[in-house]
Design a binder for this molecule. Structure first.
Ligand SMILES: *Cc1c(COP(=O)(O)O)cnc(C)c1O
Length: 426
């Protein structure tokens, strides 16, 4: 690899996914070409989204309430348009997934069913410094059951002086807690460090002691080649607005393994959209859940958000996770090379430590770099130059080179702006 514009342009010329960049709106708010590296916070807008949403606005205008059963994609079953496509993205059977609500809502709905403490089996293992919404969700679930936060929520932190969680520590803790363990709930990819966990191993370890394994896949869906069904994961949820590019606050997906598909005895918070659809409009009392993930739906489909999601999933369907992940690894490796190169060249002024795993099998399209030096000042300079990245206290810059729309040239220019910032601040 080379830190030159010509090398980057050559890589772009050889990139089989290159044409997809033109299918997204790249931000235009800066006089420079914006270099967007925050697709892990909000994915960019596919240009096709407008026409998918317009279709629903037109059907609403033309049909009014009749749009539920008429129109191009009737709203009564609108979510079904998404099912097979999202199932492929997360490696699930179609009956194991459904798209609706928002992520934190879905996590709660799933925990109501799958965190049912009984006797001494009442503890949850999670990662330390999980995304705050997950921390609050877990805390409130513990309190909801009248349990003790200090003893019943067990957080696995990196070892002293390390940035990543040692997976052996998770597995050892699962074995140690053993029959007191009810649930393991971890982010498949940690939002801060970009560390990808071995969900298959963690699930097997949880099952070995009779516990349930659930994952928050906000940073994994559309980023990692997931195989939720084959890995035996019990449940999972994710949002669609990060790597899945499906509009701010857009709809969430949830997954429930088929072994739980027909368990009407599971505790659940029910709503009419989870009720057997053949008799839903009889409006009778007595909840009969739909089999599979659809049985966790509460409300009728938020169609406009789903239309954005459908537009985006059609792109994922065209590309497939395999090709996407191949480019992801090349682009992320190039960013890694550029950061290391600049860190070496300027080691007297400022160095960068990539805290994300160096091993490609343990990460997706994110590198988190710890700045040893004037981190915030460098970040501000990058922003002034039109680089959109993410700053995390105390000294970390998170970058997501997204394979669908980021280019090698973006990565090269990120490096150039980074080097310029270091020299200017010296
Ligand atoms: C982005 C993210 C969320 C956000 O939850 P919402 O309910 O969509 O606001 C939650 N958890 C994780 C791990 C995330 O990365």
């Amino acid at each position: 690899m080379e830190n030159t514009l010509s090398y980057a342009q050559q890589q772009d010329a050889n990139d089989s996914l290159r044409a997809y960049r033109d299918r997204f709106f790249l931000p235009t708010f800066h006089e420079n070409q914006v270099r967007y590296f925050t697709g892990n916070s909000l994915g960019l807008q596919p240009k096709s989204v407008g026409s998918y949403i317009q279709q629903e606005l037109d059907d609403w205008a033309k049909w009014g309430v009749e749009g539920h059963f008429h129109g191009k994609r009737p709203w009564f079953s609108y979510h079904e348009n998404l099912t097979e496509k999202i199932a492929k993205v997360v490696g699930a059977l179609p009956g194991e997934v459904v798209v609706t609500h928002s992520l934190t809502t879905n996590l709660h709905l799933l925990m109501v069913s799958f965190f049912a403490p009984q006797g001494k089996r009442k503890k949850i293992i999670c990662e330390a410094k999980a995304f705050p919404s997950d921390q609050y969700a877990l805390e409130s679930q513990i309190k909801f059951h009248g349990l003790d936060l200090a003893t019943d929520l067990i957080e696995i932190a990196p070892r002293e002086g390390e940035h990543l969680i040692n997976e052996e520590d998770i597995l050892a803790k699962i074995a140690e807690v053993g029959e007191e363990l009810a649930l393991v709930m971890i982010g498949g990819v940690n939002y801060y460090s970009g560390q990808l966990f071995d969900m298959k191993k963690i699930t097997e370890a949880a099952h070995a002691v009779g516990a349930i394994a659930g994952f928050d896949l906000a940073h994994a869906a559309g980023n990692i080649h997931l195989k939720l069904h084959d890995w035996g994961v019990d449940f999972a949820a994710w949002c669609s607005y990060k790597y899945l590019n499906s509009s701010p606050g857009g709809v969430s997906g949830m997954y429930v393994h088929e072994r739980h598909a027909n368990r009407p005895e599971l505790p659940r918070f029910a709503g009419w959209w989870g009720h057997d659809k053949s008799v839903r409009f009889l409006m009778e009392p007595g909840f009969q859940p739909m089999p599979g993930a659809e049985g966790w739906q509460l409300s009728n489909a938020p169609v406009l958000g789903m239309a954005a999601h459908l537009a985006s999933l059609d792109i994922f369907d065209e590309v497939g996770m395999e090709k996407l992940c191949a480019k992801r690894d090349q682009l992320t490796a190039y960013l890694e090379f550029i950061i290391d190169d600049i860190s070496n060249k300027h080691k007297d002024l400022c160095t960068f430590e990539i805290i994300t795993p160096r091993n490609q099998a343990q990460r997706g399209a994110q590198l988190s770099m710890l700045v040893h030096g004037k981190g915030k000042a460098i970040f501000d300079k990058l922003s002034e130059a039109g680089v959109v990245a993410d700053w995390r206290e105390p000294n970390v810059i998170r970058l997501a080179p997204v394979p669908l729309y980021n280019s090698f040239e973006d990565v090269y220019y990120f490096g150039k702006h980074l080097a310029d910032a270091i020299v200017e601040l010296a």
